[in-house]
Each structure stands twice: as C-alpha cells, then as structure tokens.
Write a protein that binds this ligand. Sequence first.
Ligand SMILES: *[C@@H]1O[C@H](CO)[C@@H](O)[C@H](O)[C@H]1NC(C)=O
Ligand SMILES: *[C@@H]1O[C@H](CO)[C@@H](O)[C@H](O)[C@H]1NC(C)=O
Ligand SMILES: *[C@@H]1O[C@H](CO)[C@@H](O)[C@H](O)[C@H]1NC(C)=O
Ligand SMILES: *[C@@H]1O[C@H](CO)[C@@H](O)[C@H](O)[C@H]1NC(C)=O
Ligand SMILES: *[C@@H]1O[C@H](CO)[C@@H](O)[C@H](O)[C@H]1NC(C)=O
Length: 341
Amino acid sequence: MSNLLLSPEENGNLLVKFCWLFGRYLYETLKYPIGLVHSSWGGTPVEAWSSPRALHKCGLMNSQFLVKSNFWENASTKWNSSVLWNAMIHPLLNMTITGAIWYQGEANANYNRDKYNCSFPVMIDDWRMAFHKGSGGQTALHFPFGFVQLSTYHKSDSQDGFREIRWHQTADYGFAPNKRMKNTFMAVAIDVPDERSPWGSIHPEDKEDVAYRLVLGARAVAYGEKNVSFQGPFPTQAMLKQDFISIVFDQGINAIPDDGFFFEVCCSEDKTCESDNKWLPVPIEKCGFDYVLVSKPKCDADIIGVRYLWTDWPCNFKACPIYSSDGLLPAPPFILSITNQ
Ligand SMILES: *[C@@H]1O[C@H](CO)[C@@H](O)[C@H](O)[C@H]1NC(C)=O
Ligand SMILES: *[C@@H]1O[C@H](CO)[C@@H](O)[C@H](O)[C@H]1NC(C)=O
Ligand SMILES: *[C@@H]1O[C@H](CO)[C@@H](O)[C@H](O)[C@H]1NC(C)=O
Ligand SMILES: *[C@@H]1O[C@H](CO)[C@@H](O)[C@H](O)[C@H]1NC(C)=O
Ligand SMILES: *[C@@H]1O[C@H](CO)[C@@H](O)[C@H](O)[C@H]1NC(C)=O
C-alpha cells in the first residue's frame, strides 16, 4: 500500500473528481490499491501552503493578503501566509507518502506573480524536506511531485497573468522535470478551455484528459515505467531562414498550418521584448516531421524571439495547432530566442 498526497486548490468537488480520476487511471496500470489524501482549499495562493521558512527564501514576508474567489462572484477572503501549511499540510507530515500532486496557480496570477518561479519550486523542496523529516526518513527526500499547468480563465484580449504563471510553474523552463525541478512532472491543460463550465470557466469540466496526462507523467517519473511518453513537443531551436522562421522540436509532431495567431515574433530595435507591442503575430506556413515554418513578420528592426500560445486563452477545445505525433499531448506554451543561420 502506498499513499499519495493530493494538494491544493480549485473548487473542492472538482478536485476530488480530479483526484479520483488520477487514482483510477493509475490503478489501471499499477493493479494494486493506492491511498489518496485530499487536502485543498479553492482560490488560494501558494503563500498559504508554504512554510515561513520557504517564503523567506523568496524574499516573501509573512503577510496578510486578500484573495478574490473566482468561483463566487464578489467573494473575497483575507488569508495569512502559511495558514494552510499550518492547518492542512503540517498535520500530515508524519505520514509516509509516495508523492504529491498539485493543482493551483490562478490565485497567484495577480499576487506575487513575478516570484512564483521561486515560491513554487521552493515550496516543493520545502515539503520534501519536511515530509522526509516528519516520517522519520520513510518518505523519500526527493519524492515525486506532479502538477497541472494552468488552463484558461478569461477569453478577453486583456491578459490576466496566466501566461506568466504557466511559465513560472516550470521555473521558466517551459517543461518538467527540469534542472531546477527534478523528479517533477506536469500535465498541460491549456487546450481544454471551458467557457460554459457549470463551475465557472476557471474550472474546466474535462478533468479526464488532464488526469490522464498527469498519470502518464506519474508512470514515467514516479514509477519509472520505460517507454511512457508524457511530454508534448518542445522546441530545441528557432532559426531565421530566408523567408521563414523555422522552429524545430524534440520529437515528431502532429501539426497543421494555421493562419490563427498562435505564434508571435519579437521585432525590436533595442533587443528587448518586454512590451507586448513588439510581438507581431505570424501564421504557420508549413509543417514537417519535427518542425514548423512560420512567416517572417514585416519588420525593419531585429528579429529576436518567438513565442507560442502566449495568451491567456489561445485555443479552442483540443484545437491548439501542435501535438505529439500520436495527437495526445499538446506542445506547451513557450518563449525562445531566434538564432541567425
Ligand atoms: C457583484 O458586485 C457588483 C457591483 O457591486 C453587483 O452589481 C453584482 O450584483 C454583484 N454580484 C453578486 C453575485 O453579488
Ligand atoms: C491572520 O493573522 C492575524 C494576526 O496574527 C490574526 O488575528 C488573524 O486571525 C489571522 N487570520 C487568519 C485567516 O488566519
Ligand atoms: C504521527 O503523529 C501521531 C499523532 O501525534 C502519532 O500518534 C504517531 O505515532 C506519529 N507517527 C509517526 C510515524 O511518527
Ligand atoms: C522569475 O521571474 C522574474 C520575472 O519574470 C524574473 O525577473 C526573475 O529573474 C525570475 N527568477 C528566477 C529565479 O528565475
Ligand atoms: C519501447 O519502445 C520501443 C519503440 O517503440 C520498442 O522497440 C521497445 O520494445 C519498447 N520497450 C519496451 C520495454 O516496451
């Protein structure tokens, strides 16, 4: 029997459904019973789940913050840093667990957003250390930690910080595991938007696909199954060609040319790309086995970088342009420098 700790966020009922689906898909391959512990509180920021020790490492002070619930319109609650760490994680520390999965992020889209690339990985490290100690060494010091990359919330043109949080969830690598976040795995959820979800658009109802994707990661990373692919295509290089920009991926892709504006290219006189108005949308002109060619924008300055799915709500349901060759796993959002060739 092994235990699995499930944590945060999202509306409780839907998270229980997500947790249960994760357990069911995992059981189908493991074929032995697993225990699932559900500990969550909707609409809460990562600071609530972090110990003061962890917050300190990211220069975050112990503070009170106001979170606006996405689920109940106009509702807002005052929280203190570490309050859910104290109340809902600390009491569990002496259990022996196999790993943890996490579904959170939107409450940091407008709260300490620029520090999430520190606060999230540091919280994972801190939980690992604390569970290891709390169980007298029985919980592995580097236990596997899976998480769901944020899906979508607002369809409007204005940006709500989701694109930055998605990136920061990976410590700015774009994929997991990575050098900073070892023994982690991620399910991409950007392609399952749900404007009409009865739970509100922040809670896409399709938890099956997302739980299934996270289980692929768990099988590969936490249970060491060989041959389970769990990551969508990720770019290795973007090159400036004569009339195109070529973006090469780390695996075969299933992609379609598309004149929707999924790609944007940074055209800049001063080499910086901070401001959104330097990013010009470009269509996908051609797709190959493991690459796409996007148009070169009309640009009198330097072409610096390319980014993909860099909006809060980029695609319709299961209709992002680039998937793994079996069509199951979407390429996650990314931002990348362009090299001249
Ligand atoms: C939320 O606040 C706005 C403005 O104060 C009000 O018009 C609206 O009725 C409120 N919604 C709910 C569900 O209370
Ligand atoms: C937050 O901290 C203050 C001061 O220590 C305390 O009075 C308050 O009850 C706390 N609120 C919550 C929600 O824990
Ligand atoms: C965990 O804590 C509980 C409650 O304090 C205690 O009864 C139990 O013995 C502890 N277990 C371990 C493994 O330390
Ligand atoms: C985190 O992101 C911020 C803002 O984008 C950046 O300034 C900072 O260097 C990043 N920190 C780390 C640890 O990656
Ligand atoms: C892994 O996949 C490769 C290529 O599809 C296949 O040749 C190999 O037999 C598989 N190995 C196992 C252990 O399933």
